[in-house]
Design a protein around this ligand. Structure first.
Ligand code: ZN
Ligand code: ZN
Length: 514
């Protein structure tokens, strides 16, 4: 049965290039998932956009003394290049600087406002007198009132909880380090408490599919009074609030993100009118699968779900696939502190598959993991050898395998990979481990079985290492990449020597990065 998926990856903020920490999370995850599902014959659309209206972009523009638009365009180009180098095959990657985007965000906002879900309210704000700036998100730093970790305004990367900046401990203006004053301002709020029972129902129906940390976080979140979230900010940069009395405000970026995805979908089908259209409206049997970092959990699982429940025109996401932080030399990757390995400097067309393989194995699926260039150089090549070299060096004891036929071995691994690439059990790291044990196991069989085994390997490895796997498939079968098929490949005729030649030429490539 053909399944249908709309897959999203968190829109990257254009305050810097993507680093390997970003890459190891939602972008690679979404791409591996998309490639695997397509290979299995399912219909998938993988989308994202840049997140240009973030306060982090404004602080970057101030720091670089450049207009925000120029900063956004500059880093947007770098991000696109990085995604391309890492072979992240987004079907549509848009920018919010487009009338369809603005219209979609404003109309979503107005519908929730008109239905009474969004309310006007005077609330206290932090304000920096020297900078004459309302302090929220990137403009303020302090200590999280929930977990006591250092954090920015409005949400905490560490515990994933939203905060009211006036509750932060010892807040300071990020720009001038002044202690802020408090001012009152009328903004638009989204009180979540009145959607409590719907959010709890949603969790009861879907939570079992999430990773344990997200489940636990959501249950704890529901156990407390649900916050009122400001969905407008006093600022000139962003999508304007379409209400006369709030003309000095913009719609908050986290609110913007959901209708932003819908706008991207719309724009996709405007210029691919003949394509079969996947709809995010719950009418068709389309699975919405969203990839993001744990620190964005509140926005995806609570805010966006509440927006969808309020409007009742879309379906809430079916699956959330989260990642934790990837560390660099045991410290958080940081764009603003420039503690990063930039994707566009590290990834090349020659090492792209290898980087994907290494990030898949070591990425922060369930807990924080660590990256060092030294470790990459030490182990990535031997990992590649482990997966492919046994096919080049015939073993004397081949033919000693047990009674299980090679077809049965391939069949059982096929089932395993279907699980490891599925939305519920998605695990690139598990898939790399499975590739290793697959190679070890099939190389106990005689040479006659080798062609078949290698052909299956090209399919199993394709979502993680698309270039070399497709080359291997083509060499073995004479067919093209788009003809790769998860089903019925055991009937395909195989030229083993061509396949071994590809392995040899790929394995000899020098991939060390300085
Ligand atoms: Zn916290
Ligand atoms: Zn200041």
């Amino acid at each position: 049965m053909c399944k249908k998926f709309i897959v999203t990856a968190t829109p990257p903020t254009t305050n810097g290039d993507l680093h390997l920490g970003h890459m190891s999370g939602p972008y690679l995850g979404g791409d591996i998932f998309t490639r695997a599902q397509r290979l299995m014959g399912h219909e998938v659309l993988y989308i994202s956009s840049t997140d240009d209206n973030q306060s982090y972009l404004l602080t970057k523009a101030i720091q670089e003394q450049r207009p925000p638009k120029e900063v956004a365009e500059d880093y947007s180009a770098k991000i696109k290049k990085s995604l391309q180098l890492a072979q992240i095959g987004l079907d549509e990657f848009t920018s919010p600087d487009h009338p369809v985007h603005v219209r979609e965000v404003q109309s979503y906002f107005m519908e929730l406002y008109n239905q009474g879900y969004l309310v006007e309210k005077d609330i206290d704000f932090l304000y920096c007198e020297p900078c004459q700036q309302h302090l929220y998100e990137a403009f303020v730093k302090g200590t999280c009132p929930t977990c006591a970790a250092p954090c920015g305004g409005n949400f905490c990367e560490e515990c994933g909880n939203p905060n009211d900046p006036t509750d932060m401990i010892e807040p300071l203006c990020l720009r001038c380090q002044s202690v802020p004053t408090v001012r009152s301002n009328r903004v638009i709020m989204f009180p979540l408490e009145k959607l409590r029972s719907q959010l709890a129902n949603y969790y009861n129906q879907n939570g079992y599919k999430w990773k344990p940390r997200l489940r636990e976080w959501y249950a704890q979140f529901l156990a407390r009074p649900l916050p009122e979230v400001p969905v407008t900010n006093v600022c000139e940069w962003g999508v304007p609030v379409p209400l006369e009395a709030f003309s000095n405000q913009v719609i908050n970026v986290w609110f913007e993100m959901l209708p932003g995805h819908l706008a991207t979908l719309k724009r996709r089908y405007e210029h691919h009118a003949s394509e079969h259209q996947l709809a995010w409206d719950g009418n068709e049997d389309v699975n919405i699968v969203q990839f993001f970092g744990f620190d964005n959990s509140f926005y995806y699982t609570v805010l966006h779900t509440a927006m969808i429940i309020g409007l009742a025109e879309q379906q809430p996401a079916d699956s959330f696939i989260i990642n934790e932080f990837y560390l660099l030399e045991n410290k958080k990757f940081s764009t603003s502190r420039k503690h990063a390995v930039w994707a566009s400097e590290f990834i090349t067309p020659e090492n792209s598959d290898l980087v994907r393989l290494y990030l898949s194995l070591t990425g922060p699926e369930h807990k924080q993991t660590n990256f060092t260039i030294e470790q990459f150089n030490c182990t990535s090549q031997s990992l590649l050898n482990e997966l492919f070299r046994p096919f080049l060096s015939p073993r004397n004891d081949k033919g000693q395998a047990g009674t299980t036929s090679i077809d049965d071995v391939i069949h059982s691994f096929k089932g395993l990979f279907e699980q490891l690439y599925s939305e519920q059990f998605f695990s690139p790291s598990g898939a790399v481990h499975a590739l290793k044990s697959y190679t070890a196991q099939v190389n106990t069989y005689d040479d006659v079985s080798q062609g078949k085994a290698l052909l299956a390997l090209s399919l199993f490895a394709y979502p993680i290492m698309p270039t070399v796997s497709a080359q291997l498939w083509t060499a073995l079968t004479g067919k093209l990449e788009h003809e790769m098929s998860w089903h019925d490949f055991s009937q395909v005729e195989v030229n083993i020597q061509n396949g071994l030649n590809v392995i040899e030429s790929r394995l000899l490539v020098q991939t060390s990065v300085g």
